[in-house]
Design a protein around this ligand. Structure first.
Ligand code: UT7
Length: 319
């Protein structure tokens, strides 16, 4: 049996930090409201000349270095993003060129905040079947570019960043299982509805969200995916060492931890400083937990995410 193993992680956040206090000078909100409802204190915002590919490049270089892998060894690049640099080529191809890789398969995955979980799950199948020998998997976003900065219901939530992992085959686990779901019936609850045609955007190019409905769906879907993941692996809740959740809202994270009966000390939480970085949030949290030494080799990790679509999913990893 071949498993995929995460052999290196990397993360990158743009320099500029946007605090709640600064946001409160732009829209009718307060630090108290934002922290109380979401747990977010600040978020990072990309510079005007920084793109998703720029952020992805920095995170990838760190992951490759941590894995001690040369870019020429990579034969698969999958990048989750909702904010690609161009309509095409894919940001994965732009990143490939930037990193100096030639010939690896490269493509983007669009599953919004579940983008990294979808990308990691896809890469896992390539490695498991022997179709790829060394994969670079990235979640990267300049989400700030699709926010209406006068809409206090959405602009306080999101931030920019990138996270990456390198995967290699191993006879020992590794990724134990992945679980992906979507239900397009919910397409209008969280969306950027505009479309590019005839050289411009037709309709709205900013994030629209019915926050309360998204919140309820997210709590329920993530509770269910915890059960699904544990049952598929015939594991009890206490088998999980670390929850590495999507960082949308501390209250959603706490609900998932409660379902797992995990104390918050066993949850990697970055939402206070990163906000919701969409596809970048899970790999950024993973990288934080690995680099600060909390996540150790052999630990059991549950990665999960939910995003527009709706899309949602989980990955169970013996790190
Ligand atoms: O990655 C997946 C995507 N996103 C999510 O998972 C987000 C899920 N949703 C949420 O996290 C929460 O629904 C929010 C944080 C977005 C909102 O929290 P809420 O507790 O659901 O608040 P609400 O939307 O029900 O709004 C409550 C009140 C409203 O005022 P009224 O109608 O009660 O007078 C809002 O207008 O809070 C008001 N409000 C704000 N007040 C101050 C909404 N946004 C703000 C704000 N500052 N930024």
């Amino acid at each position: 049996m071949i498993y995929s193993r995460i052999v290196g992680t990397g993360g990158y956040l743009p320099d500029r930090i946007l605090t709640n206090a600064e946001l409160a000078t732009k829209v009718d909100t307060s630090d108290e409201w934002i922290v109380g409802r979401t747990g977010i204190k600040s978020r990072h915002i990309a510079a005007e000349n920084e793109s998703t590919c720029d952020l992805a490049e920095q995170a990838s270089l760190k992951a490759l270095e941590a894995a001690n892998v040369d870019i020429s060894e990579i034969d698969l690049i999958i990048l989750g993003t909702t904010t690609p640099d161009r309509i095409y080529p894919s940001t994965a191809c732009l990143l490939q060129a930037r990193l100096g890789n030639h010939g690896a398969a490269a493509f983007d995955v669009q599953a919004v905040c579940s983008g990294f979980v979808y990308a990691l799950s896809t890469a896992d199948k390539f490695i498991k079947t022997g179709a790829a020998k060394c994969a670079l998997v990235i979640g990267a976003e300049v989400y700030s570019r699709i926010l209406n900065w006068t809409d206090r219901g959405t602009c306080i939530l999101f931030g920019d960043g990138a996270g990456a992992v390198v995967l290699k085959p191993d006879s020992e686990p590794g990724i134990l299982s992945t679980h992906l779901h979507a239900d397009g019936a919910y397409k209008d609850l969280l969306t950027v509805p505009g479309q590019v045609a005839n050289g411009r955007i037709n309709g709205d190019g900013f994030t629209k969200m019915q926050g309360n409905e998204v919140f309820k769906f997210a709590v329920n879907a993530l509770r269910n995916i915890v059960d699904e993941t544990l049952q598929a692996n015939q594991l009890d809740k206490d088998a999980i060492d670390w929850l590495v959740p999507h960082q949308a809202n501390i209250r959603i994270i706490a609900a998932t931890a409660k379902k797992l009966k995990l104390p918050m000390e066993q949850v990697i939480v970055t939402v206070a400083e990163h906000g919701n970085t969409s596809a970048a949030s899970v790999p950024l949290a993973l990288d934080v937990g690995v680099r600060d030494g909390r996540i150790q080799r052999g630990d059991m990790l549950l990665l999960e995410a939910i995003g527009g679509g709706f899309t949602w999913g989980s990955v169970l990893v013996k790190y």
